[in-house]
Design a protein around this ligand. Structure first.
Ligand SMILES: *Cc1c(COP(=O)(O)O)cnc(C)c1O
Length: 397
């Protein structure tokens, strides 16, 4: 006997839950890729995608996951020997930095640790010391999915502007697009990368690189033919949009996902839903933490993402709890990725709850209820009142 039978809930921070409507939209006969409904549909899809990113700039789509989007963005910008400033707040910014490294950039890392956001004062000191404006790009993640931190994206732009530093500003929004507020044009972001499988509610397989005219003008001529964003963003023929065969069914799914966003009331409504659900999650974790070892990885709520919450629980209890909740309640929690070396048993003391994309109040309450059952079953000490606290946040919204 297990109580996990029934509809499962993948509550990891990506890939996220794929809505039935997206799945159904993908379930159709292969469309013609040369003319007709598919190319026409894609013409209308691109403006809607840019609206989600709050940009009038360009977008290039790749048949790739987030790592592919990372590489696409980097290849269009960096030349061997370029200096790149990498602002690390967890495993993901470090991972993107490694892509620049491999392409021959001279990366310079400022590591803010695993429990803090980018410290603007430190960034300002480093950029101010670069009097020759040698640093070609500054890269950062909006939300580091490993730590759950959300960085101050407009704040970093203000630092660059205050110093008159011309570095290109490149932001990874793979976890946060269509979850946490992000305003590409208003915040002066030159290049932004995203992927289909998190806030955009579509299976993994589409990578997006958004870029403005400034980044287009700065494009490196060393980008390889396949990664070159120019023909993808301004194709003469439909096939150039994807560097070959279109990702037909993913595009059908993405169209439906963008419709879901529009029907909800647009991106502002989507941001607001995620904000409230995230607060409900934090209220529960804080209550449990009052009477036990559980602790939110990011202490300051103003620095927490609305996409994912990372928890420290200690010992092996992160892994024990994940296994119990998946096996007995049908909810899959995220592992403690990059929180400690995975050869190091310490990482078993973490877990993450993804709350991005197609999630609503009953799913969040269900996941929290399943976690509470796991805490009781495994005799992990915890404070009372967590579900009441979460319910109150939802009720008051
Ligand atoms: C998920 C994620 C990635 C990696 O995306 P993949 O599709 O797994 O390659 C990169 N950056 C952030 C912030 C992410 O959340």
């Amino acid at each position: 006997m297990t109580l996990a039978h029934g509809r499962t809930y993948l509550a990891i921070p990506g890939p996220s839950v794929v809505p039935d409507r997206v799945l159904n939209a993908m379930h159709q006969a292969a469309p013609n890729i040369y003319e007709g409904a598919l190319p026409e549909m894609v013409d209308g899809l691109l403006p809607d995608l840019k609206a989600v990113a709050r940009t009038d700039g360009h977008v290039a789509i790749y048949i790739a996951n987030g790592h592919g989007a990372w590489e696409a963005a980097a290849s269009n910008i960096v030349r061997r020997g370029d200096r790149v400033l990498v602002l690390v707040t967890g495993a993901f910014a470090a991972g993107w930095g490694a892509v620049f490294d491999r392409l021959g950039a001279r990366t310079e890392v400022i590591d803010f640790g695993k429990r803090a956001a980018v410290d603007l004062a430190r960034v300002e000191v480093t950029l101010a010391a670069d009097r020759d404006h040698d640093i070609r790009a500054v890269i950062v993640v909006q939300v580091d999915t490993a730590t759950g931190v959300r960085n101050d994206v407009p704040g970093i732009r203000e630092v660059l502007d205050r110093l008159g530093h011309p570095a290109l500003y490149m932001v990874d929004c793979i976890a946060s697009l269509a979850v946490d507020r992000f305003e590409m044009d208003a915040w002066g972001v030159d290049v932004m990368v995203a992927a289909s499988q998190k806030g955009l509610m579509t299976p993994p397989g589409l990578g997006f690189v958004f870029f403005n005219d400034r980044a287009a003008a700065a494009r490196s001529d060393t980008a390889s033919l396949y990664w070159d964003w120019a023909p993808r963003a301004d194709p003469q023929r439909f096939y150039q949009l994807f560097g070959g065969t279109a990702p037909t069914h993913h595009l059908l799914g993405l169209r439906e996902a963008l419709d879901l966003i529009a029907e909800e009331g647009g991106i502002e409504a989507v941001w607001r839903r995620h904000q409230i659900l995230a607060r409900a999650v934090w209220a529960a974790f804080e209550a449990w933490g009052e009477g036990g070892p559980m602790e939110l990885n990011i202490a300051d709520p103003a620095l927490r993402s609305h996409a994912v919450t990372a928890l420290r629980i200690g010992g092996e209890d992160g892994t024990r709890l994940r296994r119990w909740v998946e096996g007995n309640a049908g909810v899959t929690l995220g592992i403690g990725l990059g929180m400690a070396d995975q050869d190091d048993p310490a990482w078993h003391g973490y877990f993450r709850l993804g709350h991005m994309g197609h999630v609503n109040a009953h799913m969040i309450m269900g996941a929290l209820g399943a976690i509470e059952a796991g805490l009781v079953a495994l005799s992990i000490p915890h404070g009372p009142g967590a579900l009441t606290a979460a319910a109150r946040v939802i009720a008051e919204a």
